[in-house]
Design a protein around this ligand. Structure first.
Ligand code: BDR
Ligand code: CA
Length: 313
């Protein structure tokens, strides 16, 4: 029997967030979206809200999108506009939106949806975790309605915005800390595993060859994103971060996980936003998170291609 998850996607599109939406939207028999909430991260929340609406409408996905928090809980705002550009999704031209915007605030919608849910729901977080932390602070008992939180963020190893920190953690470490100590089952897809999903020029050509609306979205967004990433990090292929976390919901066997105790550095100093993953269990803390170690990269790309094919000839 195919297991179908009911999910909320909390995101900041963002090129890789957009591909995560495309990926999950292609498998309605496995994932049922209650809705998408957006947060400030790759760009301002106005832009990420607009982008999530543009991507869903372009792909013909009937998913309500809600505008979440304007900025992080405590720290000064940080955007990834150096990578994702002025629009947050540079490289693709969308048509004008037809669907009117949802007006309910994202965190309040998330709380209402979880409260009213008959069964606990999965949350996939692919941006800074401000909305989730707000929800958990407003109504801590809502944790009981969360089946698990799967997030792209953190790293056991190197950071990508500072030597220590990955972007989603760095952009709101205090929010991440609230989520990590919430008691909710957690799955972390950090840089250790997303850096194994490398999008090369050849990969863009392979996906573009499918020549349908999803293929065009992939080609144009990834061409722009990969060019900037490759220049910024002096590499020849760019990591497709957020779809790795999304892929776990569809094919958990693609990713090897290890339970460990994970905390995030909230000192505001050099290590601000660093995730400390107790791989060897030396710290004595209870394992609060299953951390992704290894990705079956070929099967991951086959899944992306299968998703693209599902958007028509
Ligand atoms: C994460 O940061 C953002 O720029 C990406 O969308 C991804 O969620 C990678 O560090
Ligand atoms: Ca993201």
């Amino acid at each position: 029997m195919i297991e179908k998850r009911k999910i909320i996607l909390d995101c900041d599109p963002g090129h890789d967030d957009a591909i995560a939406i495309m990926l999950l939207g292609a498998f309605p028999e496995k994932v049922q979206f209650a809705g998408i909430t957006t947060v400030a991260g790759n760009q301002t929340v106005d832009k990420t809200f607009f982008n999530a609406r543009r991507v869903t409408e372009y792909l013909g996905l009937d998913i309500p999108v809600y505008r979440g928090c304007e900025g992080p809980l405590l720290r000064s705002p940080v955007l990834a506009d150096d990578i994702h550009g002025e629009t947050g999704l540079d490289g693709f031209t969308f048509h004008d939106l037809k669907r009117s915007p949802e007006t309910e605030q994202g965190v309040l919608w998330m709380l209402r949806t979880l409260r009213e849910a008959a069964e606990p729901m999965t949350i996939l977080a692919t941006g800074p975790m401000t909305n989730l932390a707000m929800a958990l602070r407003l109504e801590p008992e809502i944790a009981g309605k969360i089946r698990e939180i799967v997030f792209m963020g953190g790293a056991m190893g190197l950071g990508n915005v500072t030597p220590a920190a990955e972007f989603n953690m760095f952009a709101d470490p205090e929010a991440a800390s609230i989520v990590l100590s919430s008691g909710c089952p957690l799955v972390m897809a950090g840089l250790d595993v997303t850096m194994q999903a490398l999008c090369s020029e050849q990969m863009i050509s392979r996906m573009a060859g499918r020549n349908n609306p999803a293929a065009r979205l992939f080609k144009d967004t990834m061409t722009s994103y990969c060019a900037v990433e490759c220049k910024t990090y002096n590499v020849t292929a760019a990591p497709l971060h957020d779809p790795v976390a999304a892929a776990w919901l569809l094919r958990p066997k693609l990713i090897e996980l290890k339970p460990m105790h994970v905390t995030v550095d909230c000192t505001g100093r050099e290590g601000y936003g660093r995730t400390y993953c107790d791989y060897y269990g030396k710290g004595g803390g209870r394992a609060n998170c299953r951390v992704a170690l290894q990705l079956e990269a070929d099967a991951f790309w086959d899944l992306i291609e299968e998703a693209i094919c599902r958007y028509g000839a």
